[in-house]
Design a protein around this ligand. Sequence first.
Ligand code: KIV
Ligand code: NA
Length: 279
Amino acid sequence: KQALNIVKMKKMKADGIPLTMITAYDYPSARLAEEAGIDIILVGDSLGNVVLGYDTTLPVTLDDMVYHTRSVVRGAHNTFIVADMPFMTYHGSIDESLRGVRRLMQEGRAHAVKVEGGVEICETVKQIVSAGVPVLGHIGLTPQSVNTIGGYRIQGKDPADAQRLMDEAKALEAAGAFAVVLELVTEEVAEAISRAISIPTIGIGAGRYTDGQVLVYHDVLRYASPYREKRFVKTYADIGTQIREGITQYVQEVKQRAFPDESHIFKADETVLESLYGT
Ligand code: KIV
Ligand code: NA
């Protein structure tokens, strides 16, 4: 399998072939996602929620992102990997933003970065792209702005809000973004945006007509995600239950001395026995 690139992604949009993206945060999750044939892996700052146990993505640092990105890359050498720029690392000077991008690309070894926001970050997007780094946009519900948005709610519900989202998507395209994530957007607005721009849209809770879909690994697999059930998620496996049951059984068998049994042990020679106990 050959890794996808941003030129092929645009062609896939033109050809009507959906893009598949899932998050991953470490070697095994990346490896399994690649083996399953995913198009793009996102090392999302959702790792703050599902891996690190925070209640928002705000505490996630650049160090966290670099560490997890490196682990993901080691597990998926043939997959296009995007790393999230964490909260407050791309709203200061261009120099500071580029330093963060450099770390994700050079130390983390990602192929692209993702930034949340619209028109206000387009100048930064341009600078990152001109440094040779593909940028994935992210509009709609942008979790790093949860405190100014006032909660995790559906975006694009009134005409002004829908128009704002449309303008943001077009501005990101003009700034050179290779694709845009649409999070928690009404289906009709997401469809209109997908038709209006030539770069792919990748939806999460944005309905059926985006050019691709993205979901969080722990949600897809019901891997002890701290989130409540979400309407826009479909779970395809229940590994949380499997893991808990497996560990429960291990604990029981050790307590009952049923594990280890004869098949798991290493036998010493007679001579060792003699030296231990004498004869
Ligand atoms: O961090 C993340 O998982 C994301 C996706 C939800 C798009 O940004
Ligand atoms: Na994110």
